[in-house]
Design a protein around this ligand. Structure first.
Ligand code: SF4
Length: 137
């Protein structure tokens, strides 16, 4: 059985609306793309959509309360929510160095989540920030 998926190409600012025909999960026809790059993108998006993954992770005892992170390669679109959930349980302790793997093989996908900046240890004293500490119950 064939099915048609519509994909907006994001490879360049033109934003072509590309239609992809699938039969048994295989791409059999692509239309609407102005160039071959769009055909490749739309075929991939229609069969195995992936996303660049960016987030922030909580850091205790740092000069910043969170550190920005990203995946070291695109992740399957369907896995994004489970990665967010997994990361929400992570609490790092400063210092965190840019490039440091903060979560390895997330979701068993073979993808690592990596810090994109450095968070230094905070000076001792009241200025030290432990962000997002839940209020005492
Ligand atoms: S199909 Fe080609 S021209 Fe159209 S948005 Fe994609 S890259 Fe740009």
């Amino acid at each position: 059985m064939s099915e048609v998926r519509e994909v907006t190409c994001i490879v360049c600012p033109v934003g072509c609306r590309v239609r992809v025909w699938l039969e048994g999960g295989r791409v059999v026809r692509v239309e609407g793309n102005l160039c071959p790059r769009g055909a490749a993108y739309a075929a991939s998006e229609a069969t195995h959509p992936v996303r660049e993954f960016f987030a922030v992770v909580r850091v205790k005892g740092g000069d910043l309360p969170v550190v920005s992170v990203r995946s070291d390669r695109p992740v399957p679109k369907g896995a994004v929510l489970s990665i967010v959930r997994e990361l929400s349980r992570v609490r790092l302790r400063a210092p965190v160095r840019a490039g440091e793997v903060v979560l390895a093989n997330v979701g068993g996908l073979g993808v690592n989540i990596v810090a994109t900046r450095t968070v230094k240890r905070a000076e001792r004293g009241p200025a030290a920030r432990d962000a997002f500490e839940p209020p005492p119950h």
